[in-house]
Write a protein that binds this ligand. Structure first.
Ligand SMILES: *Cc1c(COP(=O)(O)O)cnc(C)c1O
Length: 523
């Protein structure tokens, strides 16, 4: 597995990276990762060019003779004048600041940042897939249709559901699709149920998706074990309730052990049970949401099935449904007739279309490749190792960090900053300090029911050595919090910008450089 860069030795409190301390060296070559790249405008030297071409051997045409003069300008104020290698190095260095799973350990809880095998990319780039036109007639894209048909079959088998809708572009989009199906089904039954029950540990997209579908959200408190009490569900369940949205394992990484009883309570009163399947990485090959009583589930292929994510790129959030919801499926569905695969638009009660064509096809190809590469045994093994890794981390860190729900976890565990907060060091600062040790910060302040939450998900793709290095770093930071809290509070020390005003940066990003000014992010 890919090792992290050896953690840099940490500078004394308040000091900056070496590049910052040597005036005049900014942007010049320095050993290791270049974290102090100036703006390209600051590299500009008058008259410097990226290309030097021989003089023209055909008659030159002046721009003024072909372009109207009011569209012409003599110069672009502040346009950087740089050489070609300067351009290449500048943008290559910036690209190297982009932390990704290919660079190092990325323990972002709930997000399942697992390694994305390259074979998935190979498959998605096969010309027959990458260049297929979405309007090709069925006869001319049998391979692509077969792939869509088969990945639906695999996801049905994995979840136990009757059908799977491939269109949604992400988990949240899948939730919306699922809630629209529930609404359509209830309306079809002539029932006007307006409420959706959601536990207080849920991801924010759950209430958002429900509200977008016109439902009123009723929050249910989790119990002291971090789970939903059947009694609490029974108290909240009325004939007004359309559905309960539940994440299993929940966002504390704990399996909802009363799920069968909860399903029974919801179904007895005519409600439906929605599974937020973002945490399927803890279930695949071991247990099936349909067997737990769920009627709908969204998959996050970009989490569980190893397609790349982050940075707002395309994902896929297919939705598995039980038989009762199949009459409302979005069109087209993909059907098989003998050896022929075809798109079917004839679904009389369809909720319509959720995405152009068939969803993010390239993402579906990647997930298909992943499922085929691992096979049933491999998928199961991945789940087991993900759970093992999370429990190993939890055991090793629980003496050092407060563990509010101290019980066997599934694929992730949630600590709090309680022990460190005594020294006025908080989750955000611990997370930022991890950057100096070469790790991406974990998820912070989520789930909301844990004050100062640090939510860690190692995934199955990390080696024991990587986990041990991370554990060491977390323990070192806990020691620092006691002995030199200021060092942690001011972290990160190794990055170009240490602690930007995140609100300002998000609301008022400075996207234009004015000649003569410094990069506002620079120290
Ligand atoms: C990631 C996540 C979602 C939303 O999925 P997106 O693909 O980011 O839209 C919903 N619920 C949980 C628990 C998640 O972790």
């Amino acid at each position: 597995m890919n090792p992290e860069p050896t953690p840099r030795t940490c500078p004394a409190p308040g000091s900056r990276s070496p590049a910052r301390r040597v005036p005049g060296r900014r942007g010049e070559s320095s050993p290791g990762l270049q974290f102090d790249e100036p703006l390209i405008f600051e590299r500009s030297r008058p008259g410097r060019r990226a290309a030097s071409l021989p003089s023209c051997d055909v008659p030159e045409v002046s721009p003024g003779s072909v372009i109207p003069s009011h569209l012409l300008r003599d110069e672009i104020p502040g346009f950087p004048e740089v050489s070609e290698p300067e351009v290449v190095r500048h943008f290559t260095r910036l690209s190297q600041w982009n932390f990704g799973i290919d660079v190092g350990f990325y323990p972002l809880g709930s997000c399942t940042m697992k390694y994305n095998p390259r074979v998935n990319e190979e498959a998605a780039r096969l010309p027959g897939f990458a260049q297929a036109h979405p309007y090709l007639p069925d006869e001319l894209c049998q391979g692509a249709l077969q792939l869509l048909y088969e990945i639906e079959q695999y996801l049905c088998e994995i979840s136990g559901m009757a059908r799977v809708i491939l269109q949604p572009a992400a988990g949240a989009h899948g939730e919306l699709t699922g809630m629209m199906l529930i609404r359509a089904c209830l309306e079809d039954r002539g029932e006007r149920r307006r409420k959706v029950l959601i536990p207080d540990s849920a991801h924010g997209t759950n209430p958002a998706s429900s509200a977008l579908c016109g439902f009123d959200v009723v929050q249910i408190a989790s119990n002291r074990q971090g789970c939903l009490d059947p009694e609490a569900v029974a108290r909240a369940m009325t004939p007004e309730v359309a559905a309960l949205m539940l994440t299993n394992p929940n966002t504390l990484g704990i399996f909802e052990e009363n799920i069968l009883e909860i399903a029974e309570i919801i179904h007895r009163q005519g409600g439906l049970l929605y599974c937020d399947g973002a945490n399927m990485n803890a279930l695949v090959g071991i247990s099936r949401p349909a067997d737990m009583g769920f009627d709908v589930i969204q998959f996050n292929l970009h989490k569980t099935f190893s397609t790349p994510h982050g940075g707002g790129g395309p994902g896929a959030g297919p939705v598995g449904i039980g038989q009762a919801l199949t009459p409302y499926m979005p069109v087209p569905t993909i059907e098989r007739e003998g050896g022929f695969f075809r798109r079917n638009y004839d679904v009389p009660k369809t909720i319509g279309k959720l995405h152009a064509f068939y969803g993010n096809f390239g993402v579906l190809v990647r997930a298909y490749a992943y499922i085929r590469t691992l096979g049933p045994e491999g998928l199961k093994r991945a789940t087991e190792v993900a759970v093992l890794n999370a429990n190993y981390l939890m055991q090793e860190l629980k003496g050092t960090y407060d563990l509010p729900y101290d019980r066997l976890c599934k694929h992730e565990c949630v600590f709090s900053d309680k022990n460190q907060a005594r020294h006025d060091v908080h989750a955000l600062e611990i997370a930022k300090r991890l950057i100096d040790y070469g790790f991406h910060p974990p998820t912070m302040y989520f789930p909301l029911i844990v004050k100062g939450a640090l939510m860690i998900e190692p995934t199955e793709t990390e080696s024991k050595e990587t986990l041990d290095r991370f554990i060491e770093a977390m323990k070192a930071i806990a020691r620092e919090a006691e002995e030199s809290p200021e060092l942690v509070r001011q972290a990160p020390h190794t990055t170009r910008v240490s602690k930007p005003d995140e609100t300002q940066a998000a609301r008022h990003p400075v996207l234009r450089w004015k000649p003569g000014t410094r990069n506002p992010g620079a120290p």
